[in-house]
Ligand binder design. Sequence first.
Ligand SMILES: [Fe+2]
Length: 308
Amino acid sequence: MNRRDLIKKAGLAAGTMVLSNIAAASAKTPEKKKRVLKIVHITDVHIRPEYNAVARFKKCLEIVKKDKPDMILNGGDSIYAADYNDIKKERVVELWRCWNDSVELVKDIPMYSVLGNHDMWWQGKGDELYGKPGVLKMLGLQNNYYSFDKNGWHFIMLDSNHPTSPGMLDDEQWNWFVQDVQKNSQDKPTLIMSHYPLLSCTGITDNKPDFIGPFKVSGSYNHLDIMKFIEVFNKNKNIKVCLSGHIHLLDKVWYNDVSYLCNGATSGFWWEPGDDGKSAYKQTVPGYSILNLYADGSFDNQYIKYEQ
Ligand SMILES: [Fe+2]
């Protein structure tokens, strides 16, 4: 989500659609379910020196630490913005310094990140901080997409930042994804994380106040290749939940037995006063999500409004 576009628009009072209560969907009683993982999902941290953001993010991470999660999933847009044309190297270095200074607090908790659209610095060709390799270096990642297993679940981390069509996987990543699902998700419940939502209702609610149908939704709200994903998911019922961010709004879509959680933003309104004076973007305040994952493939989730 591009804040510069947003501030030009008037806020739209639109309710968050909750299409299904996933936690209630399981027929099993809680005592029969075995929790195998507790996860914290932060996204759109957009860390910056302004608006006391570092201290506020550190406060957030102190609360996260008390939650004692097994791991942290970082959904991208870790730094405020390196992608604009006028960004100089000093600013990029400063933003990553803010990031490293903050996440030092949770260095004992494994963190898995994906790339957001604002993380890449495109101005410094040839520089070590240039483009995706620069972000991978800053986040300690080997590749812009990858997968891993933990406590009986499979995790797939995607890079939505297609070079020409944002909100899509290129052919190489798509082929890797299909093979990874075939190979590693056959006997394990699976969680997918991307920066842009694979499927979300925010393309409708996050629009101009006078917006009426027919609705046209861009790839930054719903992945352009979502129909291909749905086909893959329909053949493999182990895909349980897809996490995303980018929109800075909180929504939950349940479609064809897969849950799609667009989990707000840790920075809310980019740490600025926002729509309520408390950094809300529309109705969504700064937060992070806690997910409990169970051995039977079910899960529950909660958005923690850590500044309320
Ligand atoms: Fe963002």
